[in-house]
Ligand binder design. Structure first.
Ligand code: FAD
Ligand code: MLT
Ligand code: ZN
Length: 475
């Protein structure tokens, strides 16, 4: 299925032999998995649209074990697929052919947490939600949050430079990751696990690995700066009559909520239909063409409530918002967030999903959705728009009963050309992985692509790390 849709040829890597298995058994005893049933889950991605045929899954516990594995693979010319929680959206997390899967699932130890600075140092396989719990018990929060928190690993988050729901407030992982440790393709351990806020001693090498999607090295540990846990969190879920009102509400919100604004997410009526029908979630507000979720995080509940009330009064009286609800209670806050966080889950229950993750000028962000609804007509079940509006990031998703070449032909290259015309990005936060590697050229000039290839050749001369991913296929 995968190879028909994305034609690609296996590169001349070696095939895993009995001797290789014996060598791996010495490196990670009892953690060399060849059982096809166990391997199945690691061969298929979350969206269930790409499938590899790896016969080997390795589960190291330490950096040293990762180093020995890679040294062996490098010597033997075996291709490797680093894998975290396997929640990636672009087919980067699963093998394309028979690459050895190197999972970080057992590298799940917190190494240290500094109570004063909020600096967390941990292994790459820690699950994001576990880390959130760990730091929240100590009065801090993780600087990132996403719907996949229950499964994704911090190493996978760093490898994809995941954005998510707190980006608006705490910014990119390029700013919050203070250091990392990575193992290079030949087994060299690069220890840049600094915990310093400032360190201008030459090139900032860790930045190369943030967003490198497992193509330059295997991230084995990270050090990350956690902000203090806000004492007061409120969520407002509002209905808006049009996209223009969504934008004006955002402007009003920035003006009136200012420093306490911590998320501004939007979803359209079709998204609400999907979560209420497929997941049986209840909408808390009257039916509207658009919905926005606004989160505030501050240090004094009274002060935040006052600001939020002023804001709500203004947007309701001016007609920008037609209905809304506010929650401060933890469970109600969680229920409101679920409406937004679980859209991708509802979409995958609807049919085959064509997924686009674009950065666009905010004013034009929804035009593409409206335009595609007309172009696709009844061939699409749903054409939906949602996402991190506060960051200019649209998630445009289309579903059809089953994969349809005609729907794909209408979507591509149209979506990418439209995005390039706006000087947007064809991958705002999900990365390129296997599915999007061919479209990098819409957002980057040839000179940048050439430099990326040179860096890849320097760090991974045999190309064993995540081949067929991120960089376009060589002509
Ligand atoms: P995987 O999926 O296992 O891997 C992703 C990529 O990173 C692969 O290329 C893999 O080879 C590489 N990789 C993994 N671990 C390592 C490592 N230790 N060293 C080197 N390379 C590695 N993304 C967002 O940006 N924002 C969102 O809001 C968001 N929400 C999501 C919600 C849901 C429900 C789901 C399913 C996904 C969502 N994602 C989101 C996608 C996002 O990319 C992942 O959830 C997450 O960052 C990937 O982490 P993972 O551990 O699952 O990595
Ligand atoms: C989200 O914001 O919900 C995620 O990035 C997942 C998706 O795009 O569906
Ligand atoms: Zn997202």
């Amino acid at each position: 299925l995968t190879r028909e849709r994305y034609p690609v040829k296996r590169l001349p890597f070696s095939v895993v032999s009995g001797e290789d298995l014996a060598a791996f058994e010495r490196i990670v005893p009892g953690r060399v998995i060849t059982d096809p049933e166990v391997l199945e889950a690691s061969n298929v991605d979350w969206l269930r649209t790409v499938r590899g045929s790896s016969v080997l899954l390795l589960r190291p516990r330490t950096t040293e074990e990762v180093s020995h594995i890679l040294r062996h693979c490098h010597e033997r010319n075996l291709a490797v697929n680093p894998q975290g929680g396997n929640t990636g959206m672009v087919g980067g997390s699963v093998p394309v052919f028979d690459e050895v899967i190197l999972s970080t699932a057992l590298m799940n130890q917190v190494i240290s947490f500094h109570n004063m600075s909020g600096t967390l140092v941990c292994q790459a396989g820690c699950v994001l939600e576990d880390l959130s719990r760990h730091v929240e018990e100590r009065g801090f929060v993780m600087p990132l949050d996403l719907g996949a928190k229950g499964s994704c690993h911090i190493g996978g988050n760093v490898a994809t430079n995941a954005g998510g729901l707190r980006f608006l407030r705490y910014g990119s992982l390029h700013g919050t990751v203070l250091g990392l440790e990575a193992v290079l393709a030949d087994g060299t351990v690069l220890n840049c696990l600094s915990t310093l806020r400032k360190d201008n001693t030459g090139y900032d090498l860790k930045q190369l690995f943030i967003g490198s999607e497992g193509t330059l090295g295997v991230i084995t540990a990270v050090s990350i700066l956690c902000p203090p846990k806000p004492r007061a969190v409120s969520v407002a879920f509002l209905g808006c009559p049009g996209f223009s009102e969504v934008l004006q509400t955002f402007t009003t919100c920035k003006g009136l909520l200012g420093e306490i604004l911590s998320a501004y997410e939007f979803m359209d009526a079709e998204c609400m239909w999907l979560v209420t029908h497929h997941l049986r979630l209840a909408s808390p507000v009257q039916e509207s063409p658009f919905y926005v979720l606004i989160e505030t995080s501050g240090s004094r509940a009274g002060h935040d409530a006052e600001k939020l009330n002023d804001f709500l009064e203004q947007v309701l009286s001016s007609g920008l918002v037609t209905d809304g609800t506010v929650a401060t209670d933890h469970l109600k806050v969680k229920a409101l967030w679920a409406l937004r966080e679980r859209i991708s889950e509802a979409l995958s229950r609807d049919g085959y999903v064509y997924k686009y993750d674009l950065s666009l000028p905010t004013e034009r962000l929804y035009d593409l959705v409206t335009d595609l609804r007309v172009r696709l007509g009844p061939r699409a079940k749903h054409v939906v728009g949602y996402g991190h509006l506060g960051d200019g990031n649209l998630h445009l998703n289309v579903t059809s009963e089953a994969f349809s070449p005609s729907v794909l032909g209408t979507l591509e290259p149209y979506v990418y050309e439209w995005t390039a015309e706006q000087r947007g990005s064809v991958s705002a936060e999900h990365g390129l992985g296997f599915k999007k590697r061919g479209v990098l050229g819409y957002s980057k000039p040839p000179e940048a692509l050439r430099l990326m290839r040179q860096l890849k050749a320097l760090l991974d001369p045999k190309g064993i790390l995540n081949p067929y991913k991120t960089l376009p296929a060589q002509a």
